[in-house]
Every structure is written in structure tokens, then in C-alpha cells.
Design a protein around this ligand. Structure first.
Ligand SMILES: [Zn+2]
Ligand SMILES: [Zn+2]
Length: 268
């Protein structure tokens, strides 16, 4: 089986509001997104399909055909529109990123020939994307940032082994990184709010449980969890998952960008 991906961009307006709720309740649940006049995003959609290689042509399917199918669906239904007013489905369903990815899945999947839809990943902005893979539940990934120092040093290894393995990263004072943290929640969107998770409360939990503890800190010296642990990014990702899991029941994955070049994932 081969997998290939094509990106299609569009722009749309939306508002998160339930018409049978008061302004106060809409504002309490949806925050800034509840502005009745709407706001907008430049969305990036990654479409990944899978299929068998055609040995005569050397391709699975022409990516130009994928682009045509996806673009014409998006053009008709989403691009340049105020979704709550101009899209039949979103007149009755809140156009959250989670609901949009489900809507795109239902619309695109039956139109594909000679391949099968494998994954849709819809980026609302640099800090938020929703994803659906095969017939699994939708997930939502939110990106956070912190800066911290660490020193790579294992108490299980000798001094020389630490130097040989970690090199500069074993510097006794440590060194620092701009970490980016991807928190992924998986579940069925709430039929009323269209959300897999309340982003406001997710932000609050991640801020208080992780960011406040680690931002502008020395992980080995300032963060209790690493007193006995070597804060490699593998371990940091695992520790963050374990810190968050008790407070976030449908936590699916923690992704940690140590730098733009080094990325680590932990699934619990
Ligand atoms: Zn929005
Ligand atoms: Zn480092």
C-alpha cells in the first residue's frame, strides 16, 4: 500500500453560536469565537490517500485529480463563505475545526477513484488542527510553547559514558531550547458544541500543569519531576503525558518539538 498527500488551502468565516442560547451563555462556552458577526481563517487542508501502485504508470493516482475533486468540493461548500449562513450543514451545526474535518471527510471520501481516503488534517492556524484517519474518531491538536534549560545526564551511566553519549548536551550547567508542545485529544465531537474538548479549559489545564512549571526553568534543577530523571525529550514527552492524563480523560498523544529538527511523541 502507498500513501500520498496533497494540500489544498481555502479561507472561510464562521461564528460559534447556538441560536437558542443567550449571548451570555454563548460567550461563556465559546469565548471570542461567539462574535455573531463572525471572524475568519486561512485553512490548510492536507489530504492523504492510499492505494496500490499501478505498475504501468508508476503512480497510485494522479495528484492533479485529487486536487480537482477536493478543490471543487471546497469551492462549492466552503471557500470564501460565512459558513453559518451560506453552508446548509453549518446552519445547524457549529463550524468547529472538528466538525469541518468530519464534513470534509463525508464529502470527499465517496468521490475518490482508484484510491481510498486515509487521512484529513485541517489546520485552522499554526496552533490548532483537527484530524481524521480512516474510520477513527476525530482528534484535535493544540500547540503550546515554553523555553527551558536542561542537562542530559543519566545517573545510571558513568561520567565518561555520559560524555561519550551526550557530548555537549552533558555540559554541567546545561543548555536551552524553544520547546513546542502538541497536545492531541481524541473523541467524538459533542453534538451540541461540535467540540472534542473545551479549548478554554484545555488551555487552562496545560498552562497550570505544564507551562507554568517548565517555562523559563531549568528542568533538572527547578522541576520536581526531573529530580531523579534524565530530561531527554523522550522522557519530557512521557512525563508531560503523565502530568496531564489525570486531568484530561481523552488525552491521546503528546508531541514535543525540542527544536525544529527534533520531534518526539508519546501515546501513553
Ligand atoms: Zn475561528
Ligand atoms: Zn537539549
Amino acid at each position: 500500500m502507498l500513501y500520498l498527500s496533497r494540500r489544498v488551502d481555502f479561507s472561510a468565516m464562521h461564528s460559534y453560536r447556538k441560536t437558542d442560547w443567550s449571548d451570555e451563555r454563548n460567550a461563556a462556552v465559546f469565548g471570542l469565537c461567539s462574535n455573531p458577526n463572525g471572524h475568519g481563517h486561512d485553512y490548510k487542508l492536507e489530504v492523504m490517500v492510499k492505494g496500490e501502485l499501478n505498475n504501468r504508470s508508476g503512480i497510485v493516482v494522479n495528484t492533479v485529480d485529487i486536487k480537482k475533486i477536493v478543490s471543487s468540493f471546497i469551492e462549492e461548500e466552503l471557500d470564501g463563505k460565512f459558513l453559518n449562513k451560506e453552508n446548509q450543514y453549518f446552519i445547524n451545526n457549529i463550524p468547529t475545526t472538528e466538525n469541518l474535518v468530519q464534513f470534509l471527510w463525508e464529502g470527499i471520501k465517496p468521490q475518490l477513484d482508484n484510491c481510498e481516503l486515509h487521512r484529513l488534517r485541517l489546520h485552522e492556524n499554526h496552533y490548532l488542527y483537527a484530524e481524521k484517519e480512516d474510520e477513527q474518531m476525530v482528534s484535535l491538536t493544540r500547540k503550546y510553547h515554553f523555553s527551558a534549560a536542561h542537562r542530559l545526564h543519566s545517573n545510571e551511566l558513568t561520567q565518561q559514558e555520559n560524555v561519550d553519549l551526550f557530548g555537549k548536551c552533558n555540559n554541567p550547567y546545561g543548555h536551552g531550547h524553544n520547546y513546542y508542545l502538541d497536545i492531541t485529544i481524541k473523541g467524538d465531537p459533542d453534538p451540541s458544541t461540535g467540540m472534542v474538548v473545551d479549548l478554554g479549559s484545555l488551555d487552562q489545564i496545560v498552562e497550570s500543569v505544564v507551562i507554568k512549571k517548565m517555562d523559563h526553568k531549568h528542568l533538572n534543577l527547578d522541576v520536581e519531576e526531573f529530580k531523579e530523571l534524565n530530561p531527554t525529550s523522550e522522557v519530557v514527552a512521557k512525563v508531560i503525558f503523565e502530568m496531564l492524563a489525570p486531568k484530561i480523560p481523552n488525552l491521546y498523544k503528546v508531541g514535543l518539538w525540542e527544536t525544529e529538527k527534533n520531534y518526539f511523541e508519546y501515546y501513553g
